[in-house]
Structure formats: C-alpha cells, structure tokens
Design a protein around this ligand. Structure first.
Ligand code: HEM
Length: 217
C-alpha cells in the first residue's frame, strides 16, 4: 500500500517538474517576438520601425490570445489536464503585448499628446474598439492570480467570459486597421468563430442534448 502511494507521489512529482519546465520554455518562447523586433529595429532592417513595432506587438497580442483560447478544446481533445496550467501564462502574455502595443502607440505615434489620443479614441472607430478590447482584458489580467480565483469562486469563470468579447473586438480592430488585403483578419475571425462555436456546443448544446436523451427526466 505504502509502495503504491509513494509510486503515485513520485509520478506526480515527475509530472509537476515536466509542467514547470514546459512553463519556463513557454515563457521564453513568448518573449522571442520582442527579441526579434528589437533586433530588426536596431539592425535597421525595418524601413518604418515605428509602424513595424506597433503592428508587430498588436499581432502578437492577438496570437497569444488565440493560443489561450485554444487550450480548452485542446485539453478536451488530448485529455491532458495539465494544459490548463498554460492558459494563464498565454493570456497574460497577450495582455502584456497589448500593453506594449498601446504604449508604443502612445509614445512613438502620439508622443503622449493626450488631446490627440483622445481625438483618436472618440473619432477613429478602430482605436475606439482596440481601447475597449484592452479595457475588457484588464480585469482578466488583474484577477488571474490564485488569490483572486479563490476569492471570486464561480464568479471568476463568469468574469472570464469577457475574453470572448475582448477577442471579437480585437479581430474587429484588426479588420478596420487593414485597408486592402483582409485575408489575415479573416483567418483569425474564422478560427475565433470555430472556437466560439465549440464553446457554445460544449457549454450549451451538449448538456441540453444529454438532458433530453437521459431516460430519467
Ligand atoms: C488602446 C488600445 C489599442 C490601440 C490604441 C491600438 C492601436 C493600433 C494602431 C495605431 C495600429 C496600426 C498601426 C499602423 O497601421 O501603423 C494597430 C494595429 C493592430 N492592432 Fe491595435 N491597438 C489597440 C488594441 C489592440 C488589441 C487589444 C489588439 C489585440 C489583442 C490589437 C491588435 C492589433 C493588430 C493585430 C493590428 C494590425 C497589425 C498588422 O497590421 O499586422 N490592438 N493598433
């Protein structure tokens, strides 16, 4: 009996170590775009470094957000429960890149001219929509700690539904920003549509069907 318990503990420890190592690797991977951006700007490879940095940080905010949204379906498909432990990291990196994107815009594009920023926020729909997306992401980032998860209990999951409107607004912002070729925003929009459809099926349609099919009613 004791041998079984210690074997179970041993394999749990191995699993925990593997998850921690993978989290560290993911952390490094999520920082790579910044290294690449810095290199391209410093080396002078980018003809318009300001536009490049603003666009690139925006795009990576979107990529990490989509990656975070992929975790639940991936967990369902693979049955690997530990995947959920990478969702917070991806979500926080998305928020981090969105903040960098915002700071680059305020600093490099607007030189902290607040009157001009205000004019943009109320006068340019794509900036208004991006701003609302960041505002929606803020409470998610703030409440991502274990303490907040415990404190908010079921309301934590309810609050984290905000990720979906934030994602919809982010891709909308992308559509409005792209002037000609909308292929890329369409790819993100279709993937988001599939993710949302899966979520509605899992949370709404599937339990409803199960209730209807159940012999005890
Ligand atoms: C206060 C909030 C935001 C502001 C002020 C803002 C501002 C901008 C600006 C000025 C550009 C255009 C850069 C250019 O054409 O040179 C841009 C592009 C973009 N932004 Fe934002 N943004 C905000 C929020 C977001 C958020 C939350 C996301 C995603 C999570 C995002 C994703 C993008 C993407 C994907 C692009 C286009 C990149 C490309 O063309 O390759 N933005 N944003």
């Amino acid at each position: 009996m004791e041998a079984t318990i210690s074997a179970a503990r041993g394999s749990a420890n191995v699993r925990e170590k593997r998850v921690r190592r993978f989290k560290a690797l993911l952390f490094a991977v999520c920082l790579l775009p910044i290294v690449r951006e810095a290199w391209l700007v410093v080396s002078g490879a980018e003809v318009n470094p300001i536009e490049f940095v603003i666009r690139s940080t925006g795009l990576w905010a979107l990529v990490w957000l989509w990656a975070a949204l992929f975790i639940s379906p991936l967990k369902k498909l693979t049955g690997w429960g530990s995947l959920l432990r990478f969702r917070r990291e991806l979500g926080l990196f998305s928020f981090f890149y969105a903040c960098l994107h915002l700071v680059c815009y305020l600093w490099l594009d607007k030189f902290f001219d607040w009157a001009d920023v205000f004019k943009d926020v109320i006068g340019r729909p794509f900036i208004t929509i991006g701003t609302v997306a960041v505002v929606l992401m803020l409470p998610l980032a703030v409440t991502s700690t274990d303490g907040w998860v415990r404190r908010l209990k079921r309301n934590w999951s309810r609050l984290h539904w905000l990720v979906y409107p934030a994602a919809v607004l982010s891709v909308w912002h992308y559509f409005l920003e792209v002037k000609r070729d909308t292929t890329q925003p369409w790819i993100y929009a279709v993937v988001l549509g599939l993710l949302l459809g899966w979520r509605v099926y899992e949370r709404g349609i599937r339990p409803w069907l199960a209730r209807r099919m159940s012999p005890v009613r």
